[in-house]
Write a protein that binds this ligand. Sequence first.
Ligand SMILES: CC(=O)N[C@H](C=O)[C@@H](O)[C@H](O)[C@H](O)COP(=O)(O)O
Ligand SMILES: C=C(OP(=O)(O)O)C(=O)O
Length: 351
Amino acid sequence: MPLEFELAPGRMIGGNHPCFIIAEIGQNHQGDLEIAKQMIKKCKEAGADCAKFQKSELDHKFNKAALARPYTSKHSWGPTYGEHKRHLEFSHEQYRELKAYAEEIGIIFAASGMDSAAVEFLHELDVHFFKVGSGDTNNLPYLETTAKKGRPMLISSGMQTLETMRKVYNTVKPINPNFLFMQCTSAYPLNPEDVHLRCIQTYQKEFPDIPIGYSGHESGIAISLAATALGAKVIERHVTLDKTWKGSDHAASLDFEELAELIRRVREVEAAMGSFVKDMRQCEIACHDKLGKSVVAKQDIPAGTALTMDMLTVKVAEPKGFPPENIYQLVGKKLKRALEYDETVTGDDVE
Ligand SMILES: CC(=O)N[C@H](C=O)[C@@H](O)[C@H](O)[C@H](O)COP(=O)(O)O
Ligand SMILES: C=C(OP(=O)(O)O)C(=O)O
């Protein structure tokens, strides 16, 4: 059985617990603390379980040459990648303020630690769990030190192979049993044909003792709902105040109306998943009473006749009678009483 575990105080995930919805603010705050707070508030109002950021310690996440790389994209906040990232990076003090604000308005605060130093800071910050972004999923030393902190881990899987995910499982599992994998394809925005929802099922088969989630970078909500129907226990989606703003992730994000709609629909899909057992449901009885069919006489049939199929038909009948799924059991049975054309046949009418 897939594991259930407590992701945050009082909030279990996995099993039949409600899907945990992470609104990924990421770096869509444009480097502006007030925008970040406004977004946390909107995450809460939309009904998300968690508002999430990305914390990097830039000298740990990137080497010097990567920081010096020119970044000429229209989404760039500086001439080099380092300057771009520095513009988007909140300080420790600002993180403390954001976490306090999230707690004040009653939404779980989280951030992915984008390198081991960031994880160290988030651990000090006392986040409830660690999100491992796809960039660190094959970073085995990072996984080991993060797992040893003893907090639950949500491990994304963009840019990875199944072989690598097996290594990740074998690295984390012996240290920390409370983790899950999230299907993810790291492209922004993500085309439907690149989503590969079936990998959710691959993970469920390969790693049957952990819950599976979905981190999506597509547009719209349909694919995340399908992921829920396939059993995703955590859904993470980027959110934005404006999809047209500068920044690599805005176009692949949900606005807050879409986020609210996603959450409503996720709850609807969860309610609809129901039982593996097929049966007539209580709520179907009224329809069955009105439109359920019975066996009726296709002709006048004298008492004592041995029934044949050509004497019988199936109709919505009053009163209800013999169930059509058992009609062949009537063949050869003797009638105890005469039946008129169109009369309901009941079990009591035959010997
Ligand atoms: C793989 C990964 O980390 N992906 C993150 C999570 O989805 C993204 O938010 C990136 O941080 C973002 O797309 C980077 O954009 P730029 O390079 O413009 O800062
Ligand atoms: C990169 C991240 O997530 P994902 O890989 O799930 O998109 C993240 O959480 O920072």
